[in-house]
Design a protein around this ligand. Structure first.
Ligand SMILES: NC(=O)c1ccc[n+]([C@@H]2O[C@H](COP(=O)([O-])OP(=O)(O)OC[C@H]3O[C@@H](n4cnc5c(N)ncnc54)[C@H](O)[C@@H]3O)[C@@H](O)[C@H]2O)c1
Length: 247
């Protein structure tokens, strides 16, 4: 079991890729903290993990809220132990072309992805250092942050920002034994892609060298690798989980 004895906190863990990572980490032996804006959904997921014999705690949190993030780490530490693994996964989209995008929708997307990841990273590193623990942080970026997508000026900027955040913090905290890496998923089968225009989705899949859409489990396996000691000599990396699209 690659994560035995470790606690993993996944933001946005109640759904989609976050939930796939929570399940994979739990199967790998981790105690898990499912942190999500939707507290009821997180509680249901935590119960499901416990029913399967794992250890899980749900926390309702808005990752943009500094006090709520501090509270989340306090709850996590007392319920499951200080998290040695953090996945900054919580996300939203508010797509629109520049002419139609409101400042509120620009700010919301930047705040949830980038400010949220920064707040959680700061709190996680502080908790790890306070407990004398090494750790691993995984940031969810996106291929959209690498190549840019029309109608996603907020999202692409946030996801590109997460690469800078990853590299800066990786250099800063390596001396404490904390590794920081990012995943840039491409087209993955989630509610987000189900809601896409299906012709556009089919065109996107036709552009994937591996010839298929990605599954949440494809991302979860890479997150497990980055969270575990299997990636002990990796920090500041961005792993593209895109089937080779936009390589
Ligand atoms: N699905 C894809 O194809 C894809 C591709 C590239 C990157 N990503 C990134 O992966 C991550 C997960 O994507 P997903 O498709 O699973 O999304 P999702 O919408 O299925 O899940 C996101 C979760 O984040 C939670 N959340 C939203 N705002 C929050 C906040 N302020 N505080 C706490 N939790 C909050 C939601 O409640 C939800 O449970 C996101 O960061 C997304 O940008 C997804």
């Amino acid at each position: 079991m690659q994560l035995n004895g470790r606690t993993a906190l996944v933001t946005g863990g109640a759904d989609g890729l976050g939930w796939a990572m929570v399940q994979r980490f739990s199967r790998a032996g981790a105690r898990v903290v499912i942190a999500d804006l939707r507290e009821d959904a997180a509680a249901e997921r935590a119960a499901e993990i416990r029913d399967g014999g794992g250890s899980a705690t749900a926390v309702g949190v808005d990752v943009t809220d500094e006090l709520a993030v501090t509270r989340m780490f306090d709850i996590a530490a007392s319920a499951e132990g200080v998290p040695q693994i953090l996945v900054n996964n919580a996300g939203v989209t508010r797509d629109a072309v520049l002419r139609k995008m409101s400042l509120d929708d620009f700010r919301l997307v930047i705040d949830v992805h980038l400010q949220g990841a920064w707040l959680c990273t700061r709190a996680a590193v502080s908790a790890m250092r306070g407990a004398g623990l090494e750790g691993a942080i995984v940031n969810m970026s996106s291929i959209s942050g690498k190549v840019g997508n029309p109608g996603q000026s907020n999202y692409s900027a946030a996801k590109a920002g997460m690469v800078g955040l990853t590299k800066s913090v990786a250099k800063e905290v390596a001396r404490y034994g904390v590794r920081v890496n990012a995943i840039a998923p491409g087209l993955i089968r989630t509610i987000m892609t189900e809601r896409m225009d299906q012709d556009a989705l089919a065109r996107g899949i036709a552009d994937v060298p591996l010839g298929r859409i990605g599954e949440p489990e494809d991302v979860a396996e890479v997150a497990l690798f980055l969270a575990s000691e299997s990636s002990s000599y990796l920090t500041g990396c961005v792993l593209e989980v895109s089937g080779g699209r936009n390589m």
